[in-house]
Design a protein around this ligand. Structure first.
Ligand code: ATP
Ligand code: MG
Length: 560
């Protein structure tokens, strides 16, 4: 047996990111890091609500840390005050907790490090590694060149460092207008990696910051702030999405400068994985905010939004979302994941926890002509056959019922095993009925389905288990509670959706449904049900004492 066994990690890596982490543990890099543990961070920019793409990042950042006995910091990347809001900060905290993760007392903000970043920038100026450029960002962009053509050096590039330092300090005092000056790293205007062509480190923003007020008027750019914040926190693995792969050399360059200045061996390591993209879904916060602002949806938590608060309101469980993330995994290739995988994971978890009830979403009346007019009896229903000990509840049965309109065909098509004239079906947990005829209105619409019942066929009674082909759900007309049911479908018709894609006119269909009394008792927001044969529903926050609102999370079966 190898002697290095102490370094062997017990749990096997389940993706390439974890393999890299195990590599670093084995090489002693983790032990030699500031906190001596696998230390990750989740760094949202507080410019919108978290979406399911963020859930993929959260599961990775917190999950990998937990797997290797480490810690994950929550850090707000609040380096652009003009786009940020405390509303988002609070919502982000709530959503991470809801998803099942916790950062303990390690709740940080990039703005906590503004002073340290500033000091580092000044040190870089003194060492000739940064300079103040007085050109506009347009001119700087024009001078960038192309990957095959070198860029043009700024005329301010070789100014004395004292001059740069003076201007840099004055940038922060508000002496110059936004856009007139930047601090740039002095690296290499001919480097094939465009990110090395003297990237901007600081720009002037004269907008008060939600945490630091007007103390700063020059703010660090992402590339400078992010890696250095990782460094300051002792992060070992800075896990992010693939679009940052081309930034990695610059990330390492800045990290090396910091390591040199501090005289340490430690450096955080950036690892990239593929972003989550979902079919029929627009994901980026920028677009989601636009949909909220233009009224495409009613808010960030509209149940059609891919935000975590939208999915939660829709009825998805945190477990369902985590299971979905496990299913799709982490790779190095961008892909488009089918939203049906999310629906399926959601369904599988709801199947375990949702209370079974009867609800009819497109009702048609049915009268049992040989059932006594004023008689009411109770039928017993299991609350959840997937969970032992979940008990039963009683559901009233009477002469007049509602069934689902699509469960009846006057002239049955081939392979239609539900109700039709002269045929029998079972009403779930109740009797076998036989259709004898229909009543119609002047337009020929069916208004009442006439049936007789077999009094000896009640479910659960000895000898009553006679087999018939179809089983239907139903509610007693006089006992059922009318509720608002909001039936949700994809917001966009295009699989590869953008905000300009055609929207689904049926993304939200609102109907009056009838539910059994048990489903309407104590309507607690978020409570989850399976309407048998129809789908998973939950009680929406728009519920009032006068009207219960149910959201359909997903239909019971996947659409073809
Ligand atoms: P958006 O484009 O929606 O604004 P972002 O990348 O700007 O997303 P941030 O809030 O800055 O989002 O990022 C927080 C973390 O979440 C980052 O590490 C980012 O890589 C990750 N992340 C964002 N979107 C996705 C996604 N679709 N799939 C996986 N991870 C994501
Ligand atoms: Mg962003």
């Amino acid at each position: 047996m190898e002697t290095s066994e102490a370094n062997v990690v017990e749990k096997k890596a389940s993706n390439f990111v974890e393999e890299f982490i195990e590599e670093d543990i084995a090489a002693g890099k983790v032990a030699n890091s500031p906190t001596h543990i696998v230390h990750t961070r989740f760094p949202p920019e507080p410019n919108g609500y978290l979406h399911i793409g963020h859930a993929k990042a959260i599961c990775m950042d917190f999950g990998a840390a937990a797997k290797y006995g480490g810690q994950c910091n929550r850090r707000f990347d609040d380096t652009n005050p003009s786009r940020e809001d405390t509303e988002y900060v609070d919502a982000i905290k709530e959503d991470i907790h809801w998803l099942g993760f916790d950062w303990g007392d390690r709740m940080y903000y990039a703005s906590d490090y503004f002073q340290q970043l500033w000091d580092l920038a000044e040190e870089m100026i003194r060492r000739g590694l940064a300079y103040v450029d007085e050109q506009s960002s347009e001119v700087i962009a024009q001078q960038k060149g192309t990957p095959t053509q070198p860029g043009v050096e700024s005329p301010f590039r070789n100014r004395p460092w004292e001059e740069s330092l003076d201007l840099f300090r004055r940038m922060n005092k508000g002496e110059f207008e936004e856009g007139t000056m930047t601090l740039r790293a002095k690296i290499d205007m001919a480097n094939p990696n465009m990110h090395f062509r003297d990237p901007i480190m600081y720009r002037i923003i004269k907008y008060p910051h939600h945490r630091t007020g007007t103390k700063w008027q020059a703010y660090p750019m992402y590339d400078f702030a992010h890696g250095q914040s990782d460094f300051i926190e002792g992060i070992t693995h800075s896990i992010c999405t693939l679009e940052f792969e081309v930034h990695r050399p610059l990330y390492n360059y800045f990290a090396q400068i910091m390591a040199d200045i501090r005289g340490t061996e430690y450096k955080p390591r950036q690892i990239e994985f593929n972003r989550l993209n979902l079919t029929n879904t627009v994901m980026s916060k920028r677009y989601l905010r636009n949909m909220v602002e233009t009224g495409v949806v009613r808010g960030w938590d509209d149940p059609r939004m891919p935000t975590l608060c939208g999915l939660r309101r829709r009825g998805y469980t945190a477990q369902g979302i985590r299971d979905f993330i496990t299913t799709i995994g982490y790779t190095k290739y961008d892909a488009l994941n089918d939203i049906k995988l999310l629906e399926n994971a959601g369904r599988n978890d709801l199947n375990k926890i949702a209370t079974r009830v009867m609800g009819v979403v497109d009702p048609v009346k049915l009268t049992i002509t040989n059932y006594p007019e004023d008689q009411v009896e109770l039928c017993e229903m299991e609350n959840n056959p997937e969970q032992e000990g979940c008990g039963v509840h009683q559901m009233p049965f009477s002469r007049e019922l509602y069934i689902e309109r699509e469960d009846f065909q006057e002239v049955a098509q081939k392979k239609f095993f539900r109700l039709t004239i002269d045929k029998e079906v079972r009403l779930k947990s109740a009797y076998i009925i036989k259709c004898t005829g229909v009543e119609k209105d002047a337009e020929g619409n069916i208004t009442n389905i006439l049936c007789t019942y077999d009094p000896d066929s009640k479910s659960g009674m000895p000898g009553a288990d006679r087999k018939v082909k179809g089983t239907l759900h139903w509610v007693s007309a006089k006992h059922a509670v009318p509720v608002e049911a909001r039936l949700y479908n994809n917001l966009f018709l295009d699989e590869e959706a953008t905000t300009d894609s055609e929207r689904n006119p049926e993304s939200e269909v609102v109907v009056t449904a009838f539910v059994e009394p048990f489903a309407a008792k104590d309507p607690e927001v978020g409570k989850k049900f399976q309407f048998q044969r129809i789908g998973y529903f939950c009680i929406d926050k728009d519920t009032t004492p006068e009207k219960i609102v149910f959201n359909r999370t997903v239909s019971l079966k996947a659409s073809k």
